[in-house]
Design a protein around this ligand. Structure first.
Ligand SMILES: NC(=O)C1=CN([C@@H]2O[C@H](COP(=O)(O)OP(=O)(O)OC[C@H]3O[C@@H](n4cnc5c(N)ncnc54)[C@H](OP(=O)(O)O)[C@@H]3O)[C@@H](O)[C@H]2O)C=CC1
Ligand SMILES: N[C@@H](CC=O)C(=O)O
Ligand code: NA
Length: 432
């Protein structure tokens, strides 16, 4: 039995996927039973690094999802539309779907999985989070015996690449972003990477799997890396931290958790923490659960080959099922998406964390005392206060707090902004 693939998209990930499927020697024998039947792109005449006969390539994507010969639709277009409609149409035609599209799944997962469960088909998405790192299937299967309490990850390769280059080479933000785009790591619109939206899509998916409920994408609190400056990277270094864009999901009771913390923001990570040494396009996801303790998944989080490796593993899973049963009478609950309810998410004001804040002040006696007083007025206790240097006439004071309520911290800052000596607060970051 030969399984026929309809490949939607032949860009960075589509090309990597085609390259694996067209070169099966030395890989799992299942790959020899897969053929790329049709390929859908925007511009069929564009020169490509993988060649297909002209009749295979088309810009008519609807014809692919409706083609009765195709068993599995592999959606590697990106963006919300037409990707969402094509996935739904493929499901309606009772085709299995493999996708790398976290943006669509994070927003329309509810609609897509309800349709897929009704149609009795799989929608697999290993490539959507962590690129080549196996994380979706481990959360669905290998870690299923645990009560998951935390998922903390560096899950955007582009921003990790940018922050790493800014830290090690003192490189300029826009130059590094251009290089990440050239290397195929960034989204078509890199705003999704830089503003933390891509990481927010991904943590919504991971939280849903780890905590056994669906997640509304708009409930994920999200800050990107635009406000992270060379000065903050240097101060963090002096204080024993590196700055990383972290995605965090926490719940106290595994799948019975009443509420979840769900957030993405640049974070000062202690240099001895396992996530501190994850650099470049690499991603890492730390999962904590009972009775497992902690496990960390690490590897290339973006790029053509690594992401394609995850796409093809999903295709192989479906091919193995099709070959062993000839059909899919009931969906395997460890591979499909069975949960129905939506998780409650704690608003960011209700979350406790440590903070780093940098102040530019007049170089006057008593400034540090006034700062300490204002923090104290709002029950914000301080771990350290240091005056490290000057910017022109202004003194630069950096404060790191203990674990405090976000609401208390914001109230203290509001009071501090009214102090005459405080000229500006150029950065406020959270500390792990
Ligand atoms: N790049 C990466 O490292 C990773 C990407 N992903 C995800 O994988 C997916 C694909 O990303 P990537 O390969 O980088 O994207 P690219 O922009 O490199 O490729 C997109 C492909 O889809 C085709 N396409 C896009 N829109 C349409 C449309 N409306 N009609 C017809 N064809 C269309 C393009 O056609 P044409 O070639 O003619 O322009 C192109 O072949 C995205 O969901 C992304 O988030 C996930 C993990 C890592
Ligand atoms: N743009 C994403 C690609 C993979 O999901 C990233 O940089 O991580
Ligand atoms: Na993955």
């Amino acid at each position: 039995m030969v399984v026929k693939i309809g490949l939607l998209g032949l860009g960075t990930v589509g090309t990597g996927t085609a390259q694996i499927l067209l070169d099966p020697s030395g890989r799992n024998p299942l790959l020899k039973d897969i053929t790329i039947h049709r390929v859908g792109v925007r511009s069929p005449d564009k020169p490509r690094s993988v060649q297909f006969p002209p009749e295979v390539i088309t810009s008519d994507l609807k014809a692919i999802v409706n083609d009765p010969d195709i068993d599995i639709v592999v959606e590697l277009l990106g963006g919300l539309e037409p990707a969402r409609s094509l996935i739904l149409q493929a499901i309606a035609q009772k085709k299995h779907v493999v996708t790398a599209n976290k943006a669509v799944i994070a927003r329309y997962g509810d609609e897509i999985y309800n349709s897929a469960n009704q149609a009795g088909v799989y929608v697999l998405l290993e490539a959507a989070v962590g690129g080549g790192i196996p994380i979706i299937k481990p959360l669905k299967q290998s870690l299923g015996a645990n009560r998951i309490t935390q998922i903390i990850g560096i899950i955007n390769g582009t921003t990790n690449y940018i922050l790493s280059e800014m830290t090690t080479a003192g490189a300029d933000f826009s130059d590094v972003l251009a290089e990440a785009q050239r290397l195929g790591y960034a989204e078509a619109d890199p705003t999704a990477d830089v503003d933390g939206l891509d990481a927010a899509d991904k943590i919504a998916i991971l939280a849903s799997l780890g905590f056994g409920g669906r997640v509304q994408r708009e409930d994920v609190y999200c800050e990107g890396i635009r406000q992270v400056s060379a000065a903050d990277i240097a101060y963090a270094d002096k204080l024993g931290f590196v700055i990383k864009l972290l995605a965090i999901a926490k719940g106290s009771g595994g799948q019975e958790s009443q509420t979840l913390e769900l957030r993405v923001h640049p974070t000062l990570v202690p240099k001895d923490h396992p996530l501190a040494s994850i650099n470049g396009v690499y991603n890492a996801i730390l999962v904590a659960g009972d009775p497992l303790g902690q496990v960390m998944f690490y590897g290339p989080g973006a790029g053509s080959g690594p992401t394609a490796s995850a796409v093809v593993s999903d295709i192989m899973n479906i091919v193995a099922i099709l070959k062993s049963s000839g059909q899919t009478p009931t969906l395997d609950p460890l591979l499909s998406c069975v949960h129905q309810h939506f998780c409650q998410i704690t608003p960011i004001e209700g979350i406790k964390s440590r903070f780093y804040a940098r102040f530019l002040t007049g170089d006057l006696p008593g400034v540090i005392g006034h700062l300490g007083m204002s923090f104290g007025n709002h029950q914000v206790s301080l771990e350290s206060v240091v005056q490290i240097g000057f910017q022109g006439e202004l003194a630069e004071i950096v404060v790191v707090t203990h674990n405090v309520g976000e609401g208390n911290f914001r109230a203290a800052l509001a009071e501090i902004r009214t102090l005459e000596a405080i000229k500006s607060i150029p950065s406020i970051l959270r500390v792990l």
